[in-house]
Write a protein that binds this ligand. Structure first.
Ligand code: SF4
Length: 346
């Protein structure tokens, strides 16, 4: 594997992607930027993360600054990136690192003790930020490994085997660069549909290429269809544009995020009883169409009602009226931004 690693590092020297969180040649990686990017990249693409990363680091340039932020500010800056428990854990972890004087643990075991850092993220940060000799198994490295070793067992059951095999790439020579090289190779050359084997630095070793089965790997077990949940959302607007808003419970889906009031979201939701969920008495008008949003485990269809209410309309318990000027401070998740856009109130 030593020659393979050398080929890989040589290729990386010429073809590494330029990413805002990466150290430039000759610079030491900044653990804060590595950690932040790895948390943001969980379940999301590089393209979706770039602007968020730049905005976060412009506002909070180091972990001490992030630890000093209010949780609501962090959630609001995160809004649109999804999986909001990650933002809450990010903030909690920043506070824990601040207590350590701003110093990150340098091993996967130490990093995994911080909130929001699972085994993959711990391995990725340890390798990239601290040159710890480990290969983190992200989707790209999983694919490259399955192909190089021609592993035909289906995912997700084959993950432990893939994780073990991927360690063969590891060594003491620049482990952080090896990990990033494998990630870049998977993203740009060993792509899911048409791997460009002719220009791949691993084509001399790759069993998948040699056996002509590369494009069919990794094999994935059939995925169950997502169920569809339904519900109703109510947009109440005062003459000055203030809107009725509440915060979701801090635990669970979209925990702590802002939303307009509405029903719970269920597969058997009965639309004929929708108005029973209205937060206040008003002349509610159903908007045509519905808002659709896809979460990891279910698809959501929301019917939206709107009402213009008087300036002295009541404030139901646990809710608040938010003026148009204060709306940008609210941490609305993407699904709620769709509701507000559908209602034409932002
Ligand atoms: Fe992927 Fe082809 Fe390279 Fe093998 S030779 S790692 S299949 S791009």
């Amino acid at each position: 594997m030593q020659d393979t690693r050398a080929e890989l590092l040589h290729w990386y020297g010429r073809h590494a992607r330029v990413l805002p969180w990466r150290a430039r040649a000759g610079e030491r990686p900044d653990p804060y930027r590595v950690w932040l990017s790895e948390i943001m990249l969980q379940q999301t693409t590089v393209q979706a993360v770039k602007d968020y990363f730049l905005a976060f680091t412009a506002r909070w340039p180091d972990v001490m600054a992030l630890a000093d932020a209010r949780e609501q500010e962090v959630l609001s800056q995160w809004a649109g990136l999804g999986y909001y428990s990650r933002a809450r854990n990010l903030h909690k972890a920043a506070k824990e690192i601040a207590v350590r004087g701003g110093t990150f643990p340098e091993t996967p075991e130490g990093l995994a003790k911080l909130p929001g850092i699972g085994p993959y993220t711990a391995a990725a940060i340890a390798a990239i930020a601290f040159d710890f000799p480990i290969v983190p198994l992200d989707g790209n490295i999983e694919r490259v490994t399955a192909r190089v070793f021609a592993i035909e067992d289906p995912l997700p059951g084959s993950k432990p085997l893939l994780r073990e095999k991927a360690q063969a790439f590891s060594g003491n020579d620049r482990p952080g660069c090896v990990a990033q090289a494998l990630m870049d190779l998977g993203a740009t050359v060993c792509t899911p549909k048409n791997p460009a084997c002719a220009r791949c630095p691993l084509n001399g070793e790759c069993l998948g290429f040699r056996h002509g089965i590369a494009a069919s790997l990794p094999v994935k077990a059939g995925r169950k269809d997502r169920p569809t949940r339904r519900g109703v959302a109510f947009v109440a607007v005062k003459p000055d544009g203030s809107m009725l808003v509440r915060s979701r419970p801090s635990k669970g889906l979209l925990g702590g995020m802002s939303e307009v009031p509405g029903s719970t979201w269920t597969e058997g939701f009965d639309l004929s009883g929708a108005l029973a969920h209205a937060p206040i008495d008003a002349k509610w008008k159903r908007l045509p169409g519905e808002v659709r949003h896809v979460f990891t485990h279910f698809a959501l269809e929301l019917v939206v009602y709107i009402a213009k209410v008087p300036a002295n309309a009541e404030t139901p318990q646990g809710m608040r009226w938010v003026s148009p000027e204060r709306m940008p401070e609210e941490a609305f998740p993407s699904v709620m931004m769709k509701v507000l856009t559908h209602a034409d109130v932002i």
